[in-house]
Design a protein around this ligand. Structure first.
Ligand code: GLU
Length: 555
């Protein structure tokens, strides 16, 4: 068959060639080591934490090499698309400080010389490449219906074939003559464009994955669909065409694409495009009843990037956590460079692990605690307010109405990096963690349960709280307050000299520290809290008294 004739028959509207595309999207004028990477999501309204992880790696590698980071929208499946899907992706990543040098900026809008960056707007480019493959004898039209394909499959199953799919002898439309194709087209039949695979199972190909090293595969033999009947490309074809004409140097994507690598390899080969480098990222795993499995969109709230925003995790903490997953020496670097911006960490492809890392919520929380502890009080206040405004309007209203009080309370627990406590790892925790600071004004419920020390009798704790309540008078300052507490403690038999106490603890009901703990429990419900005097001062005399009384009546 004359392939040129067939190409004209199938794509009469296409007048340009691959050569034209080579000129339209020229090689980039970048340093040899500069990496051009991309994030290529579908605008489905859902971003998986694995997507953020892959983005972070792609972004770091591009930025650290003086390269380019692009946003390509893979909107070839209209059924899964949501309204404002592109804007959502840009806005979510923007909140993590991730921006693009080039790419889609909204539906139909883009920034960069390799536009459009939205696959649904690149039909002309795919058609040019499809036509070229027909000309070269590497593609042909297929008129098989869903039923034909199902029948083919059952025949293959009957024949106990190892390979199920459209290939070799089973690829019926491979055998159509020019006249038969022409007749079908004249009858208005629609076609998909298929690859005419030149592969053989006897041959093998090699992938040099940037993380996994060399992986050998048998060559692809499947005549996969390149263009669907509406001209929309499959992922495979779009990947080869787009990554070539966007001049991607490093394709960084999920490990789930590894098995289809032989198809991609062959597509680059038949299109005569040089192969980019590939880096297949291991998924983030979770332990479920002792079994490792991928974080699942359906089962795990923490699989969604939106979860971290809704919960009020500091975005820098989430990113730093993902850096520890990417490179195990990140933590060491962080310890040696405590004050440095994490962007200065040199991410190394060589240090990325092949096996999927386990998602470690405890570690994430620890990192976020450190990030929050290092924030200035103003930044803490701004972080809480911004989070509440978006996700907890009731708390936002409270903060608005009690601004001065709220500022005073933040000063009690957030030391602006100096003496800060590390209780908080996400903003949604604040009202509950420090309920004793907001109890009357916001929570309006008495403490539901008090933490009690195991080594003291409740009757003794009550005796102390009761006496303190009877003697309570508004303290003038911290030292006057403590002097008063010490005096009362001594009067009640408590040891005020820690050395003496340690020498003979049985001689006393407890130390002055224990005495303070009892007061702390009655006032805050907790065995541990920030400075008790500051809390008393913040909540005021009336609230302090009523909490002391409340403790007594509820035990
Ligand atoms: N749209 C594909 C995905 O979300 C992109 C994979 C790639 O980066 O090539 O999995």
């Amino acid at each position: 068959m004359d392939n040129n004739l067939l190409a004209e028959l199938l794509f009469p509207q296409v007048t340009q060639t691959i050569e034209d595309l080579e000129q339209r999207f020229p090689k980039r004028d970048l340093d040899e080591n500069a990496k051009v990477t991309r994030f290529a999501p579908s605008p489905t309204g859902f971003m998986h934490i694995g997507g953020l992880y892959a983005t972070l790696i792609s972004w770091f590698l591009a930025k650290q090499s003086g390269g380019v980071f692009m946003l390509r929208i893979e909107d070839t499946d209209k059924k899964r698309e949501v309204e404002n899907g592109i804007e959502q992706i840009i806005s979510v990543l923007g909140r993590f400080g991730i921006t693009f040098d080039e790419g889609a900026t909204g539906v139909g809008t883009a920034n960069g010389a390799y536009a459009p960056y939205q696959q649904s707007l690149r039909a002309d480019i795919y058609a040019i490449c499809g036509k070229e493959l027909v000309k070269k004898g590497y593609a042909y039209p297929c008129f098989c219906s869903e039923d034909d394909l199902a029948a083919l499959r059952s025949k293959q199953e009957q024949n106990k074939e190892d390979d199920l799919g459209y290939y070799g002898e089973y690829a019926t439309c491979r055998k159509l003559t020019y006249e038969e194709i022409k007749a079908k087209l004249e009858q208005g039949e629609k076609f998909t464009l298929r690859l005419k695979s030149p592969g053989s199972k006897e041959n093998s190909i090699k992938l040099k994955d940037s993380v996994r090293g060399i992986i050998e595969f048998p060559e692809n033999i499947m005549d996969i669909v390149l263009l669907k009947s509406d001209g929309i490309p499959t992922y495979h074809f779009a990947h080869a065409v787009d990554d070539h004409f966007m001049r991607t140097t490093d394709v960084i994507r999920g490990e789930e694409w590894l098995p289809s690598y032989p198809i991609h390899h062959q597509l680059f080969q038949v299109l005569e495009f040089p192969l980019p480098r590939f880096l297949h990222i291991s998924p983030i795993m979770k332990l479920d009843n002792g079994n490792r499995r991928k974080l699942s969109k359906r089962k795990d709230a923490e699989a969604a990037v939106s979860f971290y925003l809704e919960e009020g995790y500091p975005v820098d903490g989430v990113l730093e956590y993902l850096l520890t997953v990417a490179n195990s020496d990140y933590e060491e670097w962080r310890m040696a460079h405590a004050a440095e911006d994490y962007h200065n960490f040199k991410l190394s492809v060589k240090k990325m692990s092949v096996s999927g890392a386990l998602f470690d919520l405890v570690k994430l929380n620890d990192i976020c605690k450190n990030v929050i502890a290092a924030l200035s009080q103003e930044d803490v206040i701004a972080g809480i307010k911004a989070w509440a405004a978006e996700y907890n309007p009731e708390f936002a209203e409270y903060l608005e109405a009690n601004d001065e009080y709220f500022r005073k309370t933040v000063a009690i627990w957030s030391g602006g990096g100096k003496k800060a406590r590390k209780d908080i790892f996400k903003w949604s925790q604040v009202a509950a963690e420090y309920d004793y600071l907001y109890q009357e004004q916001y929570n309006s419920k008495p403490f539901p349960c008090y933490q009690l020390p195991e080594n003291f009798d409740i009757a003794e704790i009550k005796r102390v709280v009761n006496e303190y309540e009877l003697r309570y008078s508004e303290p003038a300052d911290s030292s006057a307050w403590f002097a008063g507490v010490k005096e009362l403690a001594a009067e009640m038999g408590y040891c005020t000299d820690m050395k003496a106490y340690k020498a003979d603890p049985t001689a006393y009901p407890g130390s002055v520290a224990d005495f303070c703990t009892f007061l702390r429990i009655a006032i805050t419900g907790r065995i541990n809290s920030p400075d008790l005097f500051s809390i008393i001062q913040a909540i005021g005399e009336q609230n302090t008294r009523s909490r002391l009384k409340n403790f007594i009546v509820s035990h």
